[in-house]
Design a protein around this ligand. Structure first.
Ligand code: SAH
Length: 218
């Protein structure tokens, strides 16, 4: 038995009891989350809780999202494999690592430079080569690489940031937690004929999206 073995078992349990049992159906999403080593993306202090059914602190007042929330948001993008995806809020890099297995290229933006640097290092260590990380205000998107087939915001926004809508390709999907600082609902949008058609999914709680088209910094 190798050292990595206990994590593989925990990972399989996580996928079965936290994801499949709660209605995550997309086989590609389940497979990706069966493979990405979440233990590499959590803070060492919380290593024993890497597969807990919860978000965990990653420093700088930020968190790695609950596995179920990662699965719900990823599934909403309906990725087939050849897409270009934008993520706002790299954090630990875990969500981007999952997306990297499901899309062709992933661009991810983190406003806290040390978190961006750490995620970059983790992608290198874990052999992920199709993720580009940049440190800037993600509410303004990444215009040089637009349009995107999928956009995922992993921080709480007061509204869907307009620049992100403008950078979404026709037929593309966007997922954003929208609400106040205490509670949000997942807004899932699809660009249809130049207009964004939206529906509201599950309730959730994310750390704030801070930037020009998000919450203002104090
Ligand atoms: N997807 C992450 C979750 C990170 S928590 C993961 O898998 O671990 C949300 C992150 O969004 C935090 O790291 C926070 O610093 C970042 N963030 C907040 N506002 C941002 C902005 N305007 N642009 C980019 N990142 C932002």
């Amino acid at each position: 038995m190798t050292v990595a073995e206990p994590y593989r078992l925990l990972r399989e349990e996580m996928v079965e009891f936290q994801l499949a049992a709660r209605g995550i159906r997309d086989e590609r999403v389940l497979k990706a989350m069966r493979e990405v080593p979440r233990e590499r993306f959590v803070d060492l202090l919380y290593l024993s809780r890497a597969y807990d059914d919860s978000a965990l602190p990653i420093g700088w007042g930020q968190t790695i999202s609950q596995p179920y929330m990662v699965a719900v948001m990823t599934e909403a993008l309906e990725l087939k494999g050849d897409e270009t995806v934008l993520e706002i809020g790299t954090g630990s890099g875990y969500q981007a690592a999952v997306l990297a297995r499901l899309a062709r290229r992933v661009f991810t933006i983190e406003r806290i430079e040390p978190l961006a640097a750490r995620a970059r290092g983790l992608f290198e260590e874990t052999g992920i080569r199709n993720v580009m990380v940049r440190s800037s205000d993600g509410t303004q998107g990444w215009p040089e690489e637009a349009p995107f087939d999928g956009i995922i915001v992993t921080a709480a926004a007061p509204a869907v940031p307009l620049p992100l809508v403008q950078q979404l390709a026709e037929g593309g999907r966007i997922v954003v937690p929208v609400g106040d600082l205490a509670f949000q609902e997942l807004v899932i949008g699809r660009m249809e004929g130049g207009r964004l058609a939206t529906r509201v999914s599950t309730g959730c709680v994310f750390v704030p999206l801070i930037g020009r088209f998000g919450w203002k910094e104090e």
